[in-house]
Design a binder for this molecule. Structure first.
Ligand SMILES: [Zn+2]
Length: 195
């Protein structure tokens, strides 16, 4: 289930780059340029990494918006899951938690864990905390515009923050990386304190 969420996110994100015209835009600026997803990729000198960060946020927004509809509609097949798991997946809260857990893990795996505020202009991909902030905003708006029967949207921020913290704690257990929520301080001290 978690890997399926990741694959669906990745596919929708890359599709977003195409349908939103990112490739065409990049080529119009520099015909020889290629949009890479590698975080260590060095863009041609005359294209700022911020250019790609913006494209990444846009592709994320596209993917998140698309996949949230799937999560809300419980459009994932429960085939192959035990009755217990299939039963839990009937809860929108559980699906949202697992979806965010999976996507944030994906960003965390392929993102930069350690960076300073001064590094931000050099990154081609926004730090996981920033992408999470976009996901949080889109999820909030999406559920406000399309309210789901029986789901109280006021629980959403805490639910998604809890999944982020669970991912960070899991990373600290399986690696030598201590939990580091500094990036959240860049965004919001209030949210960082809640985490
Ligand atoms: Zn991308």
């Amino acid at each position: 289930m978690l890997s399926l969420f990741c694959i669906n996110y990745l596919t929708a994100h890359e599709y977003g780059h195409i349908v939103l015209g990112h490739i065409d835009h990049l080529i119009s600026l520099k015909p020889s340029a290629i949009l890479f997803e590698g975080i260590s990729y060095v863009l041609p000198k005359d294209i700022s990494p911020i250019f790609q960060q913006i494209k990444e946020f846009e592709a994320d927004s596209y993917a998140i918006n698309l996949l949230l509809r799937q999560v809300c509609a419980n459009a994932m097949s429960a085939e192959g899951f035990s009755v217990d798991i299939a039963d839990k997946l009937k809860s929108l809260e559980v699906r949202l938690y697992l979806w965010n857990f999976a996507v944030y893990t994906f960003w965390r795996l392929f993102g930069i864990e350690k960076f300073s505020y001064d590094d931000l202009p050099t990154l081609t991909h926004p730090p996981p905390a920033f992408r999470q902030e976009v996901a949080m905003g889109i999820a909030r708006t999406s559920l406000r515009v399309n309210p789901q029967l029986g789901y109280d949207i006021s629980n959403l921020p805490h639910l998604l923050q809890r999944s982020v913290l669970d991912v960070e704690n899991a990373f600290s257990v399986i690696s030598d990386q201590p939990v580091n929520m500094d990036a959240y301080h860049y965004i919001s001290r209030k949210n960082a304190n809640a985490l």
